[in-house]
Ligand binder design. Structure first.
Ligand SMILES: *Cc1c(COP(=O)(O)O)cnc(C)c1O
Length: 424
């Protein structure tokens, strides 16, 4: 064919692909209206009509609840805050165990630790990278109180199976849909299918407000608890008449009026952005599916994938080439946003050394022998294999790809696959 760019040949893609940017005149107009009003936030950390925030925050929440088809949507200043609030709202106590995937962003697990509860890692499916319900079931023990599912890369996790398990063992299911706003299962939105879920609005995601997040739930009590944890619960519960004050230690997780105004303009764009991600991803699947030893997404038509990331797995043994060499060769051909791995949270120093709050191993030191499975290498072999050698991805919310760009990316893959012998 032709010389690989990494060996001095001409790269397949020699043009600049524009960055993904969802901001436009609508957001500019929304922000200027807020600034002109002088009212940039209206939250009050007391039992008052402003306890639930300013007019735009409340309007955005109503709009989000209608959009996602849930009873309650609550804005927060980040989805990390949303996760912390959701775990606290679910009544998770010190020493309770929460089952979580290791193949995610760290906040899914640290939100559990923040309540001095113990994260227990279960393994993922090799095809959708989400929690494997069979592995979850095996990880359930006498201290298990909840499951934290993650709709990783935009693929909805198997919430119907997880909810069935939860019902049997009386657990709560929290869904981290940070990467899957607009993804669906059988017509219903990912994130809305378990007891409580939500979305990130940070600037890396499909739609954003710079920083921000939305918690969604159909459960009145969970919604009330989130509203309290978001806004100085301890100073509010008495006048509110709240009887159960477990975990009513509040934070300031409040969203401002500017973010809410931007968020409403962004929500109007979500449907279009997700369907364009999915159709670009389908084009790429069509081009790449014939390449040997490369697994591209394959999901049923009942699922709508949000494709935050285009995930792939390599059979590096059969290819006879290491992942990093393939990634370097693809990058040299001009393929943007390509990367390997994806962390395994249990292998981070915080879990390996059990140093979280203070130097004395808290919270683990207070609950000796837990989690039973430990955090050693080998507890989640599928996730570890993906991290160590098989997983590769293209960020779909990093660049504003056209169909021509996608075709060129596939040409770069074909070139690297044809010339793979030169990479050894
Ligand atoms: C982005 C992300 C978060 C955190 O969201 P922030 O809004 O950045 O706090 C949590 N979980 C996953 C899977 C994410 O991708």
């Amino acid at each position: 064919m032709s010389r690989l760019a990494i060996d001095g040949g001409k790269p397949v893609i020699d043009w600049q692909i524009p960055r993904y940017n969802t901001m436009g005149p609508e957001e500019l107009e929304a922000v200027s209206r807020v600034v002109k009003s002088g009212n940039l936030s209206q939250f009050l950390g007391e039992w008052d009509q402003d306890f639930f925030g300013g007019p735009l925050v409340r309007e955005f929440e109503q709009k989000a609840a209608d959009f996602f088809g849930v009873k309650h949507a609550l804005t927060v200043n980040s989805w990390t805050s949303g996760l912390i609030a959701a775990v606290g709202a679910a009544g998770i106590e010190p020493g309770d165990e929460v089952i979580v995937t290791p193949f995610t962003m760290v906040a899914s697990a640290t939100a559990i630790l923040h309540w001095n509860a113990i994260p227990v890692f279960a393994d993922v499916n090799p095809h959708d990278f989400c929690l494997d319900p069979a592995s979850v079931e095996k990880a359930i023990g006498p201290h298990t109180k909840a499951i934290m599912a993650v709709d990783i890369f935009g693929h909805p996790s198997n919430s119907s199976e997880l909810m069935r398990i939860a019902k049997r063992f009386n657990l709560k299911v929290i869904t981290d849909s940070a990467q899957a706003p607009g993804a669906k299962v059988g017509g219903k939105f990912a994130g809305s299918l378990t007891h409580i879920g939500g979305y990130s609005l940070n600037y890396h995601k499909h739609i954003h407000t710079g920083e921000g997040g939305i918690v969604v739930t159909d459960d009145d009590e969970l919604a009330e608890n989130v509203a309290l944890i978001r806004n100085h619960a301890e100073a509010v519960v008495e006048k509110m008449g709240k009887k159960n004050i477990v975990n009513m230690v509040g934070y300031n997780f409040r969203m401002g009026e500017m973010e809410a105004a931007i968020g409403m303009a962004q929500l109007d764009k979500l449907e279009g952005l997700v369907s364009s991600r999915e159709s670009l991803a389908r084009e790429l699947i069509g081009y790449l599916r014939h390449l040997p030893h490369l697994q591209v997404p394959d999901y049923p038509s009942t699922i709508r994938h949000a494709f935050y990331v285009f995930p792939m797995t390599l059979d590096t043994y059969r290819l006879g080439t290491e992942r990093q060499k393939i990634i370097d060769a693809l990058s040299a051909e001009g393929v943007p946003g390509i990367g390997g791995g994806y962390q395994n949270i249990h292998r981070l120093p915080i879990f390996q050394q059990r140093i979280a709050f203070g130097g004395g191993g808290f919270p683990w030191s207070a609950f000796p022998g837990r989690p039973k499975e430990g955090y050693g290498v080998g507890i989640t072999p599928v996730a570890e294999h993906l991290f160590d050698e098989a997983f590769m991805s293209i960020g779909m919310c990093m660049y504003d790809f056209s169909s021509d760009d996608i075709k060129a990316i596939s040409d770069a893959f074909t070139k690297v696959w044809t010339e793979m012998g030169f990479l050894k």
